[in-house]
Design a protein around this ligand. Structure first.
Ligand SMILES: Cc1ncc(COP(=O)(O)O)c(C=O)c1O
Length: 379
């Protein structure tokens, strides 16, 4: 495979840095359409001021992105809402779905859970008056009758390993637990079928593979069977037709949108819309297929380098487009890769380098640069 036989389908549609960019798992690059999308909102604000809510349909700006977002994660549009950011959304989902009883009170997280997920889980347990050290189990293999909720990662931020979301959701259900998924590193990366897999709920950010921009709004999925759950509520969860009545009784709107709380971030949603258009244009199946080819290519190149070891599973079905390498002095190496070789990747303490060749814009040449540079530095 090379750039002639398998070109990056949207490379010319992104603002590319001069370096070989392998950090799309951390912050996706900027689609060129972003600037215009954002400028359009700014013009509307300048010209319409408050009338923009109606004349430019800002009121529906988050709802308008739900169908495209739902296609990325394999869900029906009403089951997805674009809102807030990830940790906030995980809190909202736990507030609605984590109902501990004396017998069933545990939250299971991954052993290598992202720090924020551990904080979210522990703070919910404590909020309910439980001892978080007992109530939060950082061990995805032990799902028993004491478990109320599993809160697992679709793709590990550290190793790049993709979970068996369908199988783990089934296991949670067999144990009588609710399966909530953190899809930060999965959305826009691997093929997801949240509806078919019967996931209970999920949340993800959109600044990584979804290229929505730094701190872009995230999204949630709520299975239809939980859409009437008691929740932390705000006026944006009220049906749009009734919202401005200011009724004190909270009647949630239909679908996942009923979990929204606040006025949508109209400006921040504009770049996300521009990016989701690309996902619709190229489609997750084609992007996932290219991601497997590209990631396989880079994995083979890394395999040939002595002194580094691949933490990420070798089976393409068990990983997304991130390859994590265990290598001494990862922080220093990441710095040297950038300053001496023009290769941007990132590191996680103490000894992990992460490279993410992303399907939309990474080239085979970017992969060669990464592998050649790393080989030169660890030699
Ligand atoms: C796996 C995972 N979970 C949670 C978060 C926290 O996301 P946020 O800062 O948007 O709340 C991140 C952020 O990178 C993440 O990678």
């Amino acid at each position: 495979m090379d750039d002639d036989s398998d070109p990056a389908p949207a490379r010319d549609r992104f603002a590319l840095p001069p370096e070989a960019y392998h950090a799309g798992n951390s912050l996706g690059l900027q689609p060129l359409a972003t600037r215009e999308a954002l400028a359009a909102r700014l013009d509307e604000w300048a010209e319409l001021a408050v009338e923009g809510w109606f004349d430019a349909v800002w009121l529906a700006s988050a709802d308008a992105l739900a169908p495209a977002m739902a296609r990325v994660v394999g869900a029906n549009a009403p089951d997805v809402a674009v809102m807030n950011t990830l940790s906030v959304n995980l809190h909202l989902l736990l507030a609605a779905l984590y109902r501990p009883s004396p017998e069933r009170f545990r939250i299971v997280i991954d052993a290598d859970a992202f720090g924020s997920d551990a904080h979210v889980a522990a703070s919910h347990a404590a909020w309910h008056g439980l001892d978080a050290a007992d109530a939060v189990r950082a061990h995805a293999d032990v799902i028993d009758e004491t478990v109320a909720v599993t809160l697992l990662a679709g793709v590990s931020y550290l190793t790049g390993a993709a979970a068996d979301i369908e199988g783990m959701t089934r296991r949670a259900h067999e144990a009588g637990a609710i399966a909530i998924w953190d899809l930060a590193h999965a959305a826009g990366n691997i093929a997801l079928e949240l509806d078919r897999w019967d996931v209970d709920a999920a949340a993800w950010c959109s600044y990584k593979y979804l290229n929505g921009g730094p701190g872009a709004p995230g999204a949630i999925y709520v299975n239809e069977r939980h859409q009437q759950a008691p929740r932390l509520a705000g006026w944006w969860g009220v049906d749009p037709a009734d919202r401005f009545r200011m009724e004190h009784a909270f009647l949630p709107g239909a679908g996942a949108a009923g979990f929204a709380l606040s006025t949508p971030s109209v400006l921040a949603l504009a770049p996300l819309g521009a990016s989701l258009d690309l996902f619709d244009e190229f489609g997750m199946p084609a992007l996932r297929a290219r991601s497997e080819r590209l990631t396989g290519y880079l994995a083979n190149r890394f395999d040939a380098i002595t002194g580094v070891s691949l933490l990420t599973p070798a089976d393409p079905a068990r990983r997304g487009s991130q390859l994590s390498l265990r290598v001494p002095d990862a922080r220093k190496l990441a710095g040297r890769l950038r300053s001496e070789h023009g290769v941007i990747c990132d590191f996680r303490e103490p000894d992990v380098l992460r490279f993410a060749p992303t399907a939309l814009y990474t080239s085979y040449e970017d992969c060669d640069r990464a592998a050649d540079s790393l080989a030169a530095l660890v030699r």
